[in-house]
Design a protein around this ligand. Structure first.
Ligand code: PMP
Length: 315
């Protein structure tokens, strides 16, 4: 993919990627004062159509993140969902796509604060289908870096600067020979991985860390909980989870827009379950693929068709 060939949305207009520039004193560049989303669009061979997955839910979450940073979205979530489909249409994508909207403090100025600053929205979309190579299962470790606390920098808001916390954990893991890091809260309970939520199957039950454990309330997490309840007949319990519960789990799965559905082969050199993909991972991955590619509408997810809808006129 050549970045220069992309059409992006920036400062209220569609334009070629090379024309979307930011100045060196842009506040968000200096202080991490932006918030963002990761959205996917999935190509369906059957329908010969590209579907943007749950865009309105993502823009609603962006609005909630923006509120924490004293910003607001330039349009309603539903209009931004349509704008995103239009961006994919203008790029002529006919493959899986990753979409990155960023709402950021755009003022070129100096001084740490959130109030009294201009902000702007950019959206970049590019062909992409893999974030983590996870067919053989993920080799994870528990990070020595603790998850950001809600009272320090809320993980519930998807703040650009907060991703240094994830990056510290992820690079520590990679440099020590692992694929991924799992972070604990400051009081030592399981939170999430660097960019995905977790589900733990143990003795016929499935649990996931409760939202008060400093995690991003994932849009995939919500769908996965519904899939588990419906397909496996097991309600998901949100609770406090200890590190060693993961060691003795039958299965641990990770889920998120980037990773999709992945399963842990090992954690801290302990094999999880049999060390192979178990029934939870297999079922959730199969149904998730059907839902995101428009073959299963039982979960009421929003799939916004890119090519089969009329072009959007910008006002
Ligand atoms: N946690 C973190 C820290 C993330 O960055 C992501 C990816 N957005 C997730 C969880 C999963 O969230 P979602 O399913 O909404 O992509």
């Amino acid at each position: 993919m050549e970045l220069d060939d992309l059409i992006v949305y920036h400062a209220g207009d569609f334009k070629p990627y090379p024309e979307a520039k930011l100045g060196l004193l842009t506040h968000a560049f200096n202080y991490g004062t932006g918030c963002f989303e990761g959205i996917r669009a999935f190509w369906s061979d059957d329908a010969a159509e590209l579907y943007v997955f749950e865009p309105t839910a993502h823009y609603r979450r962006l609005a909630a993140s923006a509120k924490v940073l004293l910003m607001d979205l330039p349009f309603a979530a539903d209009q931004l969902a349509e704008l995103t489909a239009e961006l994919c249409r203008r790029n002529g994508f006919r493959t899986d796509v990753y979409i990155r909207p960023v709402l950021y403090k755009s003022e070129e100025t100096f001084g740490v604060r959130l109030d009294d600053l201009e902000h702007d929205l950019s959206i970049v979309a590019f062909p992409n289908n893999k974030y983590l190579d996870s067919n053989e299962g993920v080799k994870a470790c528990v990070s020595t870096w603790r998850r950001l606390d809600d009272n320090a920098e809320p993980a519930r808001a998807k703040i650009t600067g907060s991703y240094v916390n994830s990056a510290l954990a992820k690079s520590e893991a990679r440099l020590n020979g692992f694929d991924e890091a799992i972070m604990l809260t400051d009081d030592g309970h399981v939170s999430e991985s660097s960019a995905a939520n977790l589900f733990v199957a143990r003795d016929g039950t499935v649990s996931t860390p409760a939202v008060a454990h400093n995690l991003l309330e994932g849009i995939t997490r919500r769908l996965v909980a519904q899939i588990i309840a419906r397909e496996l007949g097991v309600p998901v319990v949100e609770r406090t989870i200890d590190r060693t519960e993961l060691y003795s789990a039958d299965e641990v799965i990770m889920c998120g827009t980037g990773v999709g559905i992945a399963w842990l082969r090992s954690l801290d050199h302990r094999i999880i379950g049999t060390g192979a993909a178990g029934p939870l991972a297999a079922t959730v991955a199969r149904v998730y693929d059907d839902v995101t590619r428009g073959r299963d509408s039982r979960f009421g997810c929003e799939l916004r068709a890119v090519h089969g809808t009329p072009a959007l006129a910008l006002t």
